[in-house]
Design a protein. Sequence first.
Lengths: 339, 396
Amino acid sequence: MPSQPPLPHLLVPYLSDQTDSSLTLISSILGATSNWLVLRFLHAALSSSSSPHMPIGVEDQYDGKKRKVVLVSFMRGWEFWKSEAKRLGLDLTRLSSKQQFTFVDGLSELFSLPQNTKTRLPAQHAGAPARTALPLRSQSAVPDRMPPQATPADQTSSRGSTEPIAKKLHFSGHGITALNALGRDIQTVIEKQKISQDDEILLIIDQPDLLLASTGPSQAIGATEMMNWLTGLQLDVHSTVLTLAADSPLLHNASASSNQMANPTEAEHAAFSIGLAHRARSVMQLRTLETGAARDVSGVLRISRGGGWTVGDDNLDERELLFYIQRDGGVRVFGRGES
Amino acid sequence: MSFRKRNVGLSAGADRSAASAVQPAPPGVIPGIRPSPDDGRPTTSTGTPSLDNLLAGHAGLPMGKSLLIEENGTTDFAGALLRYYAAEGVVQDQKVHVVAVPEQWGRSLPGLIGTAESLEEKRSDKRKDERMKIAWRYERLGEFGAGVAGARGGERLIIAVASAPAATGEQDPNAKQPPAFCHAFDLTKRLAHPSITNMTFIPFTPTKDSPFPPVLSRLQTAIASSAPNTIHRIVIPSLLNPTLYPAESCHPEYVLQFLHSLKALLSAYPTRVTAMITFPLCLFPRSSGVVRWIELLSDGVIELCPFPHSADALTTSGAATSQEESPQGMLKTHRLPVLHERGGGSDQNVGQDWAFILSRRRFEIKPFSLPPAEGDTEAQDTSAQGGMPKKSDLEF
């Protein structure tokens, strides 16, 4: 299969055209995750203007302004985003040293601090021995292609230099004060990133709903508190992209039509995501095919206007598209019936 | 000229033995770890060859990933998978950490009967003898045991890689056989292996607060203080089962925080730790939001739906031939490691109907297929008596 452009052309208008103080909501389910779409947002915001796949008109709008991204991820670590972005041709390490990109790690130490400071040391060395398994395979399959010593040494040295610059979030304490402390941590990162007033910062928060589910009403954190928390973050940035889980148990158990009683987790999650959908300019829904799995379709992407869409914003057409993720990470996006 | 040169290079015995002399002891090769044929990331075996093959072309569980096995009903098929996983870890000299269960659990691990390949060879020999008896149209069905993904077509890579070590071993008797990736176990025997004492059991200590942080900190210190090339397996049997877990653990925020921290632990050591969790669905149904969060926090989610006992009639007909064992349940893949992290859905194995068979020596996962009206023998008999049209009548 031919390799795909990093940005599928059907998605370009949705990915690269964020209006001021807009909120874009991406909803995902268990079998259709949103990481690939977040990566496309990263690419749209960060790739250099010389990219041949970008239409010229899009670049003109951002004339003179620098676009920057702050990515807060509660579900994936730095290694994942770095390696997946590399597949798209984005070097996040380089971009973060150029102050264009910052990663905020909401996974590693959110609920548990490492026992001692030594913990990180073996973690980094651990990569080296296991990775030597890689050249071994190519050795047995294609002998004498390269000197066996070269590759491991290469990898360890490159690993050593890529020290993650990420800020690690930690949920310390209890309830709403702890939540606000997290918010302040993220705000500090945003402020640091904002060097001049012209900088346009895109804030991407990957699954803030995890924070809601894993703290919950017992700590007096509910949908309202989370919404206020997010509003506080949105004030500092140009536009925001959020990803949420939208599996049916999380949304539909809380609705009045369901027969069973919703537990607090479900009720708060439903209130949170529906509330956000009302505030969002656009909602991008990812789900699997209703008719079962297909060999050449990974899932359905539905783009619709959210409650925050204003009349006159004609750049946003509602569409339903199919997407297919190839083994190499490339994405094909097409309409129903097309291929 | 060029042809000749290449030929020399290929058949040169001296060249090969030199290469193989280097091969047996490359620095840092860890037994039980092999690169994924899909993208080269290190993987380890789950102890069940057909489950390895199910995992999205990686032919094993990628390191740093967790697998959640859910089970409906009161059977313990998931427990068998978990025991294979733990036993494989013991045999590969990996460090196995078992959460919540007492040490008796470790004594009930299935006994080692050899490598998975050796068992496979025996089976295929047997099948060759029987080949003439099996009708040609059913013959292919039995072959799925050899490699679930491989037989699907387009996945030949897996077979090629899996057989590559064996092939080189045959060509060059001097070469040391590479360590086996997966072993076969017998559920009726007990595992007796010198490193079985290396298993650690982490019980819950009674607390008023969340019972999980002490468990996590023990896991963290164990992993952090071990040698950098030690591989760890975290085994969590029957998560939240009230006979094993204190009542406080069922608070959604406690268990979700625990699983989130476990995910953090796995991503902090992306090449050294794997985890497998089993989860009883009859206590916590999938329609609940908390269970969905547990699934979302796992890298792979597999659901086992054993056939109810009354469905024996159905299950016998589910066997492809009379020689095949009948399936004992259905297996659903909801999420596969790495594949779904990227967006998912493009694997051949996704969306397939799988059935599983647990016998004494193996847990086999294969495509579920109903043979054409095998159970309907009565109807066939009566219609034959009533003047079934002869074959010659049907030919065009």
